[in-house]
Design a protein around this ligand. Structure first.
Ligand SMILES: NC(=O)c1ccc[n+]([C@@H]2O[C@H](COP(=O)([O-])OP(=O)(O)OC[C@H]3O[C@@H](n4cnc5c(N)ncnc54)[C@H](O)[C@@H]3O)[C@@H](O)[C@H]2O)c1
Length: 275
């Protein structure tokens, strides 16, 4: 594995969940810093067109951008994308995959227990949530590693939430996935440290995105978080994008296996229980 600097390398980032919310803003910020982008998303109809427009926006900045509209948890699709990246690298000896962003929102929202049993989350929903929102991180990193696509100073970031630490109504399956995701980041950090590859979880504050809007009572939670945040506003995807654009720097290699809060101090307040 070779040492990489922006000066002599064509740096790439792969963003899982590139078409919306945090993934989109991180891709934009990294593109502005000169990163080429592989984006993975799962969209239909209007959202699919918007994703393509966003891809063109990235290219207008002057970087390359390849998007794949597929289920990131599908083993065959992952293999195809990794093959695509390998072919790019064969053509370009300066190609380096420096950043991996896991920002997939595809969780089943609902209670584990309900008087009406039919409303309780089912095994299939819980397994799907764990697979997309947690396990897929490991499968992507394993396959990228096995394909020798990760390099010294590659940085892996996975989006987590306060649900990893606290119970939130209807969020049980996602909470479990977030706890697993943070554990996976710690494990990746330990096992890939010998290769000088780092992995961290980013715990964003409550942010108005399409995925979060599906949580029951989300508007109320957002308002409460805004009113109690020390900065008196909600987190926006750009806050996370700015943080990650700094953390990718080679200087920060000593930060690994951490869960880093990017929330303006929101989580130090007891806002969810006090609602
Ligand atoms: N919004 C919040 O308040 C908040 C706070 C903390 C952490 N997070 C986490 O941030 C991550 C991103 O969430 P967001 O709020 O930006 O959501 P979002 O809905 O804005 O974006 C989700 C992205 O994931 C993609 N996606 C979903 N399922 C996919 C699949 N199976 N395969 C490929 N792509 C898929 C979508 O196409 C989209 O690009 C999630 O893990 C979420 O739990 C969100």
């Amino acid at each position: 594995m070779s040492n990489t600097t922006i000066a002599d390398r064509n740096l790439w980032a792969i963003v899982l969940g590139v078409s919306s919310g945090f993934g989109k803003e991180v891709a934009l910020e990294l593109a502005k810093s000169g990163y080429n982008i592989y984006g993975v998303h799962l969209d239909m109809g209007n959202a699919k067109d918007k994703a393509e427009q966003f891809r063109q926006t990235l290219e207008a900045i002057g970087v390359k951008a390849f998007f794949f509209n597929v289920n990131a948890a599908d083993d065959n699709k992952r293999a195809e994308i990794i093959e695509h990246i390998q072919k790019d690298r064969e053509k370009d000896p300066h190609h380096v995959l420096r950043v991996v962003i896991h920002s997939l929102a595809f969780g089943a929202i609902g209670p584990f227990f309900e008087e009406d049993f039919s409303k309780m989350l089912k095994k299939k929903q819980i397994e799907m949530t764990m697979d997309v929102m947690a396990n897929s991180l490991i499968y992507w990193v394993q396959d990228l590693f096995a394909a020798h696509l990760l390099a010294e100073n590659s940085r892996i970031f996975a989006m987590t939430s306060i649900g990893s630490e606290r119970a939130i109504i209807s969020y049980g399956a996602v909470s479990a996935a977030k706890a697993a995701l943070e554990a996976y980041c710690r494990q990746i950090a330990v096992e890939l440290a010998p290769y000088k590859i780092t992995a961290n979880a980013i715990m964003a504050g409550l942010t108005d995105t399409p995925a979060a809007a599906k949580i029951p009572g989300f508007e109320k939670m957002l308002k409460h978080a805004r009113e109690h945040n020390p900065f008196r506003r909600n987190t926006v995807p750009q806050d996370v994008a700015k943080a990650i654009s700094l953390l990718v720097d080679e200087k920060f290699y000593w930060i690994t296996g951490a869960t880093i809060k990017v929330d303006g101090g929101e989580s130090i307040l007891n806002f969810i229980e006090s609602m």
